[in-house]
Design a protein around this ligand. Structure first.
Ligand code: MG
Ligand code: ZN
Length: 220
């Protein structure tokens, strides 16, 4: 019986994720789920990404945190609709929470939806939210050993962003170690070296997004 309960919960979660994706598909909205540890620069990346895509691509953000509306406030002035989802004790966003977030958005006026997941390298990777693509961030201060330590997160990525590359020398980050670990886990996702501070790598990230958005100029 216990096993059945667990199965039902997972089936409900998968069903909700499929329903979310159908809603997005019907509206022509492409959703990108951003996953990483806390402090790797998800919100900062969005602060630089959304204005750069505007006005060609109309963006919105669902941002998950346990508490506070700080990230939504940071993203509020960029011309994108932003909804903060407080998960309370929840250490990841669930497809049901995303569904409620979608309820508050005018999907017909959108091209691209960013879902900034709760900062956590473990369980967010296990939950399909109904997104089309996953962007996984790893910042240089976190260390070059993290790909091998958190394989599930990196296996499921459609693009991997190595952020805070402006600190690469300071923290002695070895990019070749990341490349070697990724070669064993995920060879399809591009690895983009990026600094939101200097702008290095931003063009590559923006081109990738434009290529995936339905209103985008090219299919990469
Ligand atoms: Mg954030
Ligand atoms: Zn969790």
């Amino acid at each position: 019986m216990k096993i059945n309960v667990v199965k039902n919960v997972l089936a409900a979660s998968e069903g909700q994720a499929r329903a979310n994706r159908k809603r997005l598909d019907d509206a022509g909205v492409v959703a990108v789920n951003l996953l990483s540890a806390p402090g790797s620069g998800k919100t900062t990346l969005l602060e630089h990404t959304i204005p750069a895509l505007s006005p060609g691509l109309r963006c919105a953000v669902l941002v998950g945190d346990l508490q506070t509306t700080r990230d939504a406030e940071r993203l509020g002035g960029l011309g994108a609709e932003v909804t903060q989802i407080n998960t309370g004790r929840g250490c990841h966003l669930s497809p049901a929470e995303v569904a409620r977030g979608l309820d508050g958005l005018d999907l017909s006026g959108l091209d691209l939806l960013f879902i900034e997941n709760v900062g956590n390298m473990v369980c967010p990777a296990a939950f399909d939210l109904g997104e089309h693509f996953r962007a996984v961030l790893l910042s240089t201060p976190e260390g070059d050993d993290k790909v091998a330590k958190y394989p599930t997160l990196f296996q499921g990525a459609d693009i991997i962003l190595l952020t805070k590359t402006d600190l690469i020398e300071i923290v002695d980050f070895d990019v070749s170690r990341v490349r070697e670990d990724l070669a064993k886990l995920n060879t399809k996702a591009p690895l983009v070296l990026l600094s939101s501070k200097t702008g290095h790598g931003m063009d590559e990230w923006l081109d990738w997004l434009r290529g995936r958005a339905r209103g985008g100029v090219s299919e990469a």
